[in-house]
Design a protein. Structure first.
Length: 108
């Protein structure tokens, strides 16, 4: 079983969130040691994945309808970005579940 580098994971999640959101709406770090709360970062990342999925769906539907402004390249990039972000969140969830199971199986 591989170990999870939490700081690297949080850094990647913040980067993904920053790509989706404009800079002025960036995450404000909590007052605790200048670090954002893990649960807040996780919620924001899941929300960003949802927004990616919605945007990709909207762009795909627009392209399928044949709207004049629909671009195949941008649509494919949006779909792949949404797919990658969803797979990333699923892997994070799997790692968290594995870590939880491992902790629960530890002898007291």
């Amino acid at each position: 079983m591989s170990t999870i580098d939490v700081n690297n994971l949080l850094s990647q999640m913040r980067q993904m969130t920053a790509q989706v959101r404009p800079p002025e709406a960036a995450v404000k770090p909590a007052a605790v040691g200048g670090q954002a709360d893990f649960s807040d970062v996780l919620k924001q990342s899941i929300s960003a994945v949802g927004r990616n999925q919605m945007e990709a769906g909207r762009m795909a539907a627009s392209f399928e309808r044949g709207d004049p402004g629909a671009d195949l390249g941008r649509t494919m990039i949006a779909v792949q970005k949404a797919d990658l972000s969803l797979r990333t969140v699923v892997e994070v969830r799997n790692k968290l579940v594995d870590a939880y199971k491992e902790i629960m199986n530890m002898p007291v």
